[in-house]
Design a protein around this ligand. Structure first.
Ligand SMILES: Cc1ncc(COP(=O)(O)O)c(C=O)c1O
Length: 435
């Protein structure tokens, strides 16, 4: 193992500089923005984050799975600088530029499956979901949408209507889109016969509540993100594909969190060999620059000129960052899978030792560690997540929870053996201290 001088917590966070920024933030920002812990970032590189008081941390959260190439990858920074010096903006709804065409082609070619695709670039994940909803309704001329319990698709009204993650994201905001139906996700840890359980609910819905030929699309996260980093039961995505084909329903894969190489393949759908009709991406795509996209089969993207557009979607600087990001990730996919296996190995060894660790699962660098009060009842244990998060922060490891009581491990994709072994060592220390 290489000797390196991080993580290093020299001033108990939040230190004096951090405290001043936090006080100002708390006085002036929207109270809807909850903070996980008092990290005030000063810089970052690879899988290391530095705070404004000079503490360094190993980063297992990547700004919620966004900083795919770290915080200032030289190739991404150079691409941004070069593009910024050329031009900052042109509205791609009205005019052309090289990067917009190049990124659209790149994503269309990278998307799962062999059908010819077309791309619409956006500024965020939620906006890409809105576009996918509109396209699905436009193309099928059908009103209804199906999504899954525990799903998270974003904060705008269409995306929020599909989302079924936490009550506080809905409370006092209704009414939402009509004709949206939720069924259980095929969560193999929570349901004994998860695949059948979920598909039975879908058939039941079709039998009692909504005619399949009124359904425009099924929106699914191939791995649930906010809902708990849940990998569905094997065969779930292919089964959805089959049902969609049978009824002329579009399958929309929300890969905002799971895409762009995070799982060791370009898309989580690739692990199951499933080609969605519409693929939605964002987060890691621009290494932190605001960009998203939805990519649809050409046979589905049939809307007419002027039916959908965006002033900023596919901003030239964000596009340059995305093209550089994809260049960096492409040769790294095997390494991402390898680091993911190493991390999962650590997690599995911890699960063998600590009964509070009910389940661990992962694909590439998208790993979930679910804590429970009791392995038999599988009662969630949110308090332990809070305690370990706090302890890890003070030891120099940045964690982030999801679901009811799961840690999502979603580090920058550029982390190496040292980062894996050191970070997982700290995490284990924090779990051990619970005893
Ligand atoms: C699966 C998924 N879809 C959509 C979104 C919304 O993306 P954004 O926050 O960029 O709007 C998120 C964000 O966490 C997500 O995880």
């Amino acid at each position: 193992m290489t000797t390196r001088n991080y993580p290093r917590v020299v001033t108990a966070p939040p230190g004096p500089k951090a405290k001043a920024i936090i006080a100002r933030d708390e006085a002036w920002t929207s109270p809807s923005l909850i903070k996980e812990y008092p990290l005030v970032i000063g810089g970052g590189c690879g899988a290391v984050v530095e705070d404004v008081d000079g503490n360094t941390f190993i980063d297992y959260m990547a700004g919620i799975a966004v900083s795919a190439t770290g915080y200032n990858h030289p190739k991404v920074v150079a691409a941004i600088q070069e593009q910024a010096a050329r031009f900052l903006h042109i509205c791609a709804t009205d005019f052309y530029f090289d990067g917009f065409a190049a990124l659209s082609e790149r994503l269309a070619r990278l998307a799962p499956g062999t059908s010819k695709k077309r791309t619409f670039l956006t500024n965020s994940g939620t906006e890409a979901i809105e576009g996918a909803i509109k396209l699905a309704r436009y193309h099928t001329r059908r009103p209804a949408l199906i999504a899954f319990q525990g799903s998270f698709h974003g904060r705008t009204y269409g995306a929020m209507s599909l989302t079924s993650s936490k009550m506080r994201q809905h409370k006092h905001f209704g009414p939402f889109l009509p004709e949206v139906h939720h069924i259980p996700y095929a969560n193999p840890y929570r349901y004994e016969h998860a695949l059948e359980y979920s598909l039975d609910a879908l058939h039941n819905l079709f039998e009692r509540h909504v005619a399949p030929d009124d359904v425009a699309a099924i929106f699914v996260e191939p791995i649930q993100g906010e809902g708990g980093y849940v990998i569905p039961a094997a065969g779930f995505l292919p089964a959805l594909r089959e049902i969609c084909d049978k009824h002329g329903i579009l399958l929309v894969a929300d890969e905002v969190q799971s895409g762009n190489g995070r799982t060791g393949k370009w898309w989580a759908c690739d692990h199951e060999g499933v080609e969605p009709d519409i693929l939605v991406t964002a987060k890691g795509l621009g290494s932190g620059m605001p960009i998203g996209a939805f990519v649809a089969k050409e046979s589905v993207m049939t809307w007419e000129g002027g039916s959908h557009g965006s002033t900023y979607g596919g901003n030239p600087v964000a596009v340059a960052a995305a093209l550089a990001t994809l260049d960096i990730i492409e040769p790294m996919l095997p390494q991402i899978a390898k680091m993911g296996e190493r991390m999962l190995g650590h997690a599995q060894r911890m699960q063998d030792k600590y009964p509070v660790l009910g389940n661990v699962r992962g694909r590439g660098l998208m790993l979930g560690m679910e804590f429970v009060k009791d392995r038999t009842t599988k009662e969630p244990y949110p308090e332990i997540i809070d305690r370990i998060t706090e302890r890890a922060f003070h030891k120099g490891l940045l964690l982030l929870g999801c679901g009811k009581s799961t840690f999502r491990l979603a580090p920058p994709l550029v982390l190496d053996e040292y980062d894996v072994d050191t970070g997982m060592g700290i995490l284990e220390e924090c779990i051990r201290e619970e005893d």
